[in-house]
Design a protein around this ligand. Structure first.
Ligand code: SF4
Ligand code: SF4
Length: 300
């Protein structure tokens, strides 16, 4: 997974790409083919008085993460579906149709819908890709490695004069300054799901429509997911304590993390949410009752 913001449509920073080596990045310039660690020093400073101010927001191709949606919909006091309908366009993140969302541009332009003369109008809750730029990050699962690891690199676009400013800092300091850590923390499980799903290969085949719908809801529609976990269908199967359930009703960040656990369970069978012992029998009984009911109707 790569995160970052870019001002060019053709140099799209795809948040779901995984790869082995930065030396063979999935896009060409302006990515600098030097792998950085958290302690690597970079030279960069973006500030309001710089002559390129706002340039990087005038030609966007910006993929949103679930935590971006959560922060931005709350910024506007909207529900998730309202925000998604008004400010995003759907796209497919891979050939299997995994749903993704991009931020829309102002009508008839490629300029970010949140850009004003004074700068970013949602700065406090700006997306992860905006926070990263002009740094990029890539989550890679190296050959035979069990875990995904993060590496970083610089994205140097000619219009961005921040690279000429006399300020050195480490990648770690830059991440802190830009408030990246909570975003990465919140999106980590989701990123792993996307990478795992993508790397499952053609043998696994296309995910079912139902699993794509669940992915969509768990990623981008917290309001529907909150309702979903309160249905009898969910409660009959999953053993979620009353206290946890109450917290999930009011704490959206917990709800988002829970949504990712649920996704891992239904997509990959990772049993992180306890299942009720009698859930299988109950479902079977319900199905038999439905079938028996249908049979009675047919024989009338
Ligand atoms: S959200 Fe803000 S920082 Fe990001 S592209 Fe739009 S205006 Fe620029
Ligand atoms: S320095 Fe780079 S990131 Fe900052 S406003 Fe200019 S183009 Fe955008």
């Amino acid at each position: 997974m790569i995160s970052g913001r870019t001002s060019s449509k053709n140099k799209s920073v795809d948040p779901t790409t995984s790869g082995d080596k930065l030396l063979n990045p999935p896009f060409k310039d302006p990515v600098q083919p030097v792998e950085l660690t958290l302690d690597s020093a970079i030279r960069f400073h973006c500030h309001k008085d710089i002559t390129c101010f706002n340039e990087c927001c005038r030609n966007i191709d910006l993929t949103l993460t679930p935590y971006d949606i959560l922060r931005l919909k709350n910024h506007f006091g909207m529900t998730a579906p309202e925000f998604v309908a008004r400010h995003t366009i759907p796209f497919e993140m891979d050939s299997h149709g995994m749903p993704g969302l991009k931020l829309i541009a102002k009508p008839g332009t490629t300029e970010c819908v949140f850009l004003t003369e004074e700068g970013c109008s949602v700065y406090r809750d700006r997306p992860l890709a905006c926070r990263y730029y002009a740094l990029g990050s890539m989550s890679v699962r190296k050959k035979d490695a069990a875990k995904v690891e993060d590496i970083y690199f610089l994205v140097k676009e000619s219009h961005c004069l921040g690279h000429n400013e006399p300020r050195n800092l480490t990648v770690r300091e830059y991440r802190k300054e830009q408030g990246i850590e909570p975003y990465d923390e919140m999106n980590r499980e989701w990123r792993d799901i996307v990478i795992k799903k993508r790397s499952s290969g053609p043998a696994i085949g296309r995910p079912t429509d139902r699993s794509l719908q669940l992915f969509d809801m768990c990623s981008y529609d917290m309001d529907s997911f909150r309702n979903f976990i309160q249905t009898d269908g969910f409660r009959d199967v999953f053993d979620v304590g009353r206290e946890t359930m109450e917290r999930l009703k009011t704490d959206e960040e917990e709800l988002l993390k829970f949504a990712f656990r649920f996704l891992k369970q239904v997509l990959f069978g990772e049993m992180t949410i306890p299942v009720k012992k009698d859930a299988k029998e109950k479902r079977l009984r319900q199905r038999q009752e439905i079938n028996a009911g249908n049979g009675r109707h047919r024989h009338r």
